[in-house]
Design a protein around this ligand. Structure first.
Ligand code: FAD
Ligand code: NAI
Length: 466
């Protein structure tokens, strides 16, 4: 007899959702988490604190940067950074406590401490007080997440040279923040600090921002950020960073080769990606191995070792909280004998800057590479009445549909609130909808969502408002 039906290692969006769903399905389940709070990277040092600062800094910029005055609201704001951080921390605490509540509600036991596999079906947990305990389970789910990828020559001290966690809790607004990596973290957190008054320079190794994103979308996004004052140096390689008490000196070279130059900053954020986290997990005790990127492979969430499953950032696919959550639901259902399934073709990606960026499905570049004939429908936010009234006309909606069947294959948007609105297309794509299905669906007026419908109409050339 095992102690549990399921033990989940890791209490992030992958782990806690798997545990909750397993509890709902009547399985006896425990979740091992070594942090003092549940919620993983996402709730503690990722999605949620970053969105708290993005929201607050967006309002601060609106109040101080002229938008309030344009609306006829006269204020002279001053920044209380300590309060901004405090409200962020309070929200995070409320959310992590919320997961504890959900555990109690669904009879999930939280085993506090760091877990490691100790042979098939066995997990040993080392608690903070030095004690250790041993537990058995029929199934074990590995959901240990990821950590920032280090950059050789640039040592993170989280004083001057920061990873994302450090950049979420700075005690002051940088004068000059250098961001290494023009990906999601760099552009979100770069936006936060620029809005609060920092000069922000983004150094990117490639000759474009946001690799993998639809080209046209990435270019429009970069133009918007540049207009806001963010500086980009693409094709740049950082070879060294030296921090003193108040300054960082960076050595930067063209990625293609050439003369090095020095760049000075008071803070540097390293955001060049994340890597799977499996440290001390005892993988060898069950015969599991990571690949050269440190990743655990999976086949329909199965690790290859009977009774051991892998989900979330530690395994293949986009490192996103909602991808981890999808896998969490599927793995719990598979373990309970149901038909758990993840549709990897419909996992949206959102960048929560202003304007926001939201994408789902294939990019134009991917469709071209596949040789798939497709139609494009595009609609700009300048022609959307609600966006115009709100002075948020930057960006567009682009719908890509199959040339013959009209099935929606991809949607790429830059603009106001597109992160929420992309869900409409996710539902449509789950139902294998045609662009005409969206084009002929009544959308409320006046909303920004009408731009989605107009873009769908544009696929067949009958957008009526542009
Ligand atoms: P994690 O959330 O990393 O959780 C893993 C947990 O396992 C951790 O709490 C860790 O302490 C624990 N753990 C590890 N090893 C052990 C062990 N041996 N024993 C016990 N516990 C262990 N994604 C989005 O979708 N939207 C966003 O807006 C977004 N914003 C982000 C912003 C930032 C700054 C960062 C860094 C990430 C962001 N992400 C976002 C990514 C998102 O946080 C991750 O994709 C998500 O957290 C992955 O979930 P997970 O459960 O796989 O892993
Ligand atoms: P990323 O993969 O999004 O971007 C990393 C960037 O750094 C890329 O543009 C890459 O070309 C560049 N780069 C790599 N090595 C470099 C080097 N040596 N010098 C200069 N540039 C270099 O990774 P990021 O931003 O660190 O985020 C990690 C993960 O967290 C992402 O995969 C993302 O899925 C997730 N995340 C999601 C968010 C969201 O959904 N809104 C927000 C923040 C993070």
């Amino acid at each position: 007899m095992s102690d549990y039906d399921v033990i989940v290692i890791g209490g992030g969006p992958g782990g806690y959702n798997a545990a909750i769903r397993a509890g709902q399905l009547g399985l006896k389940v425990a979740c091992v988490e070594g942090r003092e709070t549940l919620g993983g990277t996402c709730l503690n040092v990722g999605c949620m604190p970053s969105k708290a600062l993005l929201h607050a800094s967006e309002l601060y910029e609106a109040a101080s940067g002229g938008e309030f005055a344009r609306l006829g609201i006269q204020v002279t704001p001053s920044l209380d950074l300590a309060q901004m951080m405090k409200q962020k921390d309070e929200s995070v605490t409320a959310l992590t406590k919320g997961v504890e509540f959900l555990f109690r509600k669904n009879k999930v036991e939280w085993i506090k401490g760091w877990g490691r596999l100790d042979g098939p079906g066995k997990v040993v947990v080392s608690a903070a007080d030095g004690s250790s305990s041993s537990h058995t389970a029929k199934d074990v789910i590995i959901a240990t997440g990821s950590e920032p990828t280090p950059l050789p020559g640039v040592t993170i001290d989280n004083k001057r040279i920061l990873d994302s966690t450090g950049a979420l809790s700075l005690p002051e607004v940088p004068k000059h923040l250098v961001v290494i990596g023009a990906g999601v973290i760099g552009l979100e957190l770069g936006s936060v600090w620029r809005r609060l008054g920092a000069e922000v320079t983004v150094l990117e190794y490639l000759d474009r921002i946001c690799p993998g994103m639809d080209d046209e979308t990435a270019k429009t996004f970069q133009r918007a950020l540049t207009k806001q004052g963010m500086k980009f140096r693409l094709g740049s390689k950082v070879t060294q960073a030296k921090a003193t008490a108040k300054q960082v000196s960076l050595q930067v070279e063209p990625a293609a080769g050439g003369a090095a130059e020095a760049i000075e900053a008071d803070y540097v954020l390293v955001a060049i990606g994340r890597r799977p986290y499996t440290q001390g997990l005892g993988l060898e005790t069950v015969g599991l191995q990571v690949d050269k990127r440190g990743m655990l492979a999976n086949e329909h969430l199965r690790s290859g070792v009977p009774g051991v499953w892998v989900i979330g950032d530690v395994t293949a696919g986009p490192m996103l909280a909602h991808k981890a959550e999808e896998e969490a639901v599927a793995v719990a259902e598979l373990i309970a004998g149901k038909a758990g399934e993840v549709n990897y073709d419909v996992i949206p990606g959102v960048i929560y800057t202003s304007p926001e960026v939201a994408t789902v499905g294939k990019t134009e570049e991917q469709l071209k590479a596949e040789g798939r004939a497709y139609k494009v429908g595009k609609f700009p936010f300048t022609a959307n009445s609600r966006a115009k009234i709100n002075h948020e006309t930057e960006g567009f909606v682009k719908v890509l549909a199959d040339e013959r069947s009209d099935e929606i294959l991809g949607v790429h948007m830059v603009g106001p609130n597109v992160g929420d609105m992309i869900a409409e297309f996710c539902v449509a794509m789950e139902f294998a909808a045609a662009s005409e299905d969206v084009a002929r669906t009544c959308h409320p007026h006046p909303t920004r969502s009408e731009a989605l419908r107009q873009a769908a109409m544009a696929v067949e050339g009958w957008a009526m408002q542009a």
